[in-house]
Design a protein around this ligand. Structure first.
Ligand SMILES: [Zn+2]
Length: 115
């Protein structure tokens, strides 16, 4: 016996029915959409914050900073928009056009990508 994923009632009727009613289907789908919108909004907020931090630390296109400085400002290394690997195998992480490259000893090179 199948049960409705929204309210837990038994489902009667067609074998391929997933919800007991239109109301349950709608509220279930609305909740799923809301959760995914929240996820996207939170991710965008993290990216925006990371971008502002890089922009603030790197006003002249190119500089060097420390991991401690980035963390102190609230930088989150889990959020970036792209990775660029040079022919030599050096990996840059980008948040839009602001990039960072891990260096020796917990330092980072910050670079701004030219348009
Ligand atoms: Zn239901």
């Amino acid at each position: 016996m199948k049960t409705c994923p929204e309210c837990g009632d038994k489902i009667v009727g067609r074998i391929d029915k997933k919800f007991c009613s239109d109301a349950c289907r709608n509220s279930y789908n609305n909740r799923i959409n809301k959760d995914s919108k929240n996820l996207i909004r939170n991710t965008n907020n993290r990216l925006r914050k990371n971008y502002r931090i890089l922009e603030e630390l790197n006003p002249d296109q190119k500089t060097k900073t420390s991991r401690a400085k980035l963390i102190e400002k609230g930088f989150d290394f889990n959020y970036f928009t792209s990775i660029y690997t040079t022919k030599a195998g050096t990996v840059y992480y980008f948040v839009y056009d602001q990039g960072y490259l891990p260096l020796e000893g917990d330092y980072f090179a910050l670079v701004k990508r030219e348009n």
